[in-house]
Design a protein around this ligand. Structure first.
Ligand code: ZN
Ligand code: ZN
Length: 244
């Protein structure tokens, strides 16, 4: 299902995931960078100065991260094709009520695991050896969206993959979230916010995460940060964080 038989092996699956990941990254980050940092620079980042070495480093870590991730994700996706996970294809198998509940459950499981994993990544040793590569960009651009050490990005993506072993997940819920996570990653690194609802861990919250370093660890929401005492109101950010 979904992929022709010729993709049902490790090398082809690996290639398929890398090509998809690279396309998504370069198209979304490229469009976002072009719009907010080139075309509409005067409006959104009037004092921004292009630093080619920063962009180069972002792209290098993003490519390394995408390839590294594909090594681990390819066998997991083969398990889906071989029906060895709890992924299902027909909504009727578990009903519409389960489909809706499973989306909330999926969000809760990933939100909780990612918050605590991200906090762990800010401990001294994991930070120095893994997470620092993402935080070298204190004022990020969309090119930094998936710029991670591959172990770091896999650790943060792992909760999404674990869901398909924990409870029945519809294939489109799983693939939809995997894709949306990349879209979200690009959106929260452009330092431009269009929403201002503080329940959501929107762009300004993540800008504060990069600027202050020890706040706002959540994935899509801020409730774990509020409970864990790590919430920072982005209204406190100085204006130069947005101007540059
Ligand atoms: Zn971090
Ligand atoms: Zn970031």
């Amino acid at each position: 299902m979904f992929l022709p038989e010729s993709f049902h092996n490790l090398p082809m699956m690996f290639l398929f995931i890398i090509i998809n990941g690279l396309l998504l990254y370069f198209i979304l980050s490229g469009l976002s960078y072009y719009f907010f940092f080139v075309k509409k620079k005067d409006k959104y980042h009037p004092k921004y100065k292009r630093k080619p070495e920063k962009i180069k480093s972002s792209i290098k870590w993003a490519v390394v991260s995408l390839i590294g991730n594909a090594v681990v994700v390819a066998p997991l996706h083969l398990l889906i094709l071989r029906d060895q996970t709890k992924i299902y294809y027909n909504v009727g198998d578990y009903g519409i009520a389960w489909l809706i509940f499973s989306i909330f459950l999926y969000l809760f499981v990933t939100e909780t695991s990612i918050y605590w994993t991200h906090r762990w990544l800010h401990w001294k040793k994991p930070y120095k050896h893994l997470h620092y590569y993402h935080h070298q960009f204190r004022l990020p651009t969309p090119w930094a969206s998936v710029a991670f050490h591959p172990v770091d990005s896999f650790a943060q993506a792992l909760p999404h993959h674990l869901c398909m072993f924990l409870f029945p997940v519809h294939i489109y819920v799983y693939l939809g979230f995997l894709t949306f996570v990349t879209v979200w990653a690009v959106m929260i690194h452009d330092r431009v916010s269009f929403i201002n609802w503080k329940v959501i861990n929107y762009t300004d919250h993540h800008t504060a995460h990069h600027w202050y370093n020890n706040y706002n660890f959540g994935q899509f929401f801020t409730f774990w940060d509020r409970l864990g005492g790590t919430y920072k109101d982005p209204d406190e950010l100085p204006p130069q964080v947005f101007e540059n």
